[in-house]
Design a protein around this ligand. Sequence first.
Ligand SMILES: C[S@@+](CC[C@H](N)C(=O)[O-])C[C@H]1O[C@@H](n2cnc3c(N)ncnc32)[C@H](O)[C@@H]1O
Length: 324
Amino acid sequence: MINFDSFFTAISETPLSRWTPAFKDSLQQHFHNKQHGDLKKWLAHIEQFPQVIAKTTDFSQASIQIGEPGSLSSRQKTKLGDQLKLFKPWRKGPFDFFGIDIDTEWRSDLKWDRLLSHISPLKDRVVLDVGCGSGYHCWRMLGEDASLVIGIDPSQFFMMQYLTVRHFLADSSFYFLPLTMDQLPQPMKSFDTVFSMGVLYHRRSPIDHIMELRHSLRSGGELVLETLIVDGEEGYSFMPESTYGKMRNVWFIPTTDTLCTWLKRCGFLSTKVVDVSATTIEEQRKTEWIGGQSLSDFLDPNDDTKTIEGHPAPKRAVVVATAP
Ligand SMILES: C[S@@+](CC[C@H](N)C(=O)[O-])C[C@H]1O[C@@H](n2cnc3c(N)ncnc32)[C@H](O)[C@@H]1O
């Protein structure tokens, strides 16, 4: 069964330690008391993985490397390939387990490449990644020598994808907590860098989300906010009447100027838009590791500047801002 003892040991020597009882309460309430019906089955699958600790890892390349191809027998490798398929859909990646290439739906490395040169170096920083999905970017943060990385995501299924990697490591400074941002203790005012990528437009109240991000950062800490945006004037934000690119849970899509205003109204300093990029079918596409649909199914087949509903096609921005 899952316990978070190593996480509590890791934070015991940091400013986060004062929030230990609040973390415990929240995990009890939102995870232990609300476990997914398939959790036991998923954990049993992971227990069947080869009992091998990876001799080498590399989190600084596009694909997260766990172990070397030669460390497993070909029988073990074929079996592990089948076992990893039990955790489909693999959305955020890519990963390489002992030479098994998990070609995920998203080339998440492209987002990382767009932002890395614009943020403060992560070396020795305590980092929070809100809505971390499989944890792909958190591994990349460790690859940049962050001292402690906490990834949070309410999806217990994505936590299993994190555990597939964790299974092969002797230890790690990346901890996954199956919680949402509003379930974390506040105001922690502890993190050196906080990432919120691909979450803001899923929030019914984006301003509350930005306030929560602010209150988790120490004074002078850095926010890296990545979200869908639309073209238009300062003050404008787009709300789809129902779905956006077939997603039901999209609420506010601001312009970059509106987003900067939201951040400033929440007290952030020196907001800087460091990247604006259209999402392409090279970055989000169908692979054998997902099954089901991907971006090409979400766009108008006759006009790729529009979603299937006729909304502006996905474009995303990265904004870097400083906490007061
Ligand atoms: C579009 S994915 C982005 C994943 C990753 N951050 C990236 O940029 O590729 C959004 C993730 O946010 C998670 N999420 C949704 N609401 C959240 C909340 N309130 N707090 C934390 N995570 C949330 C979802 O479970 C999902 O994994």
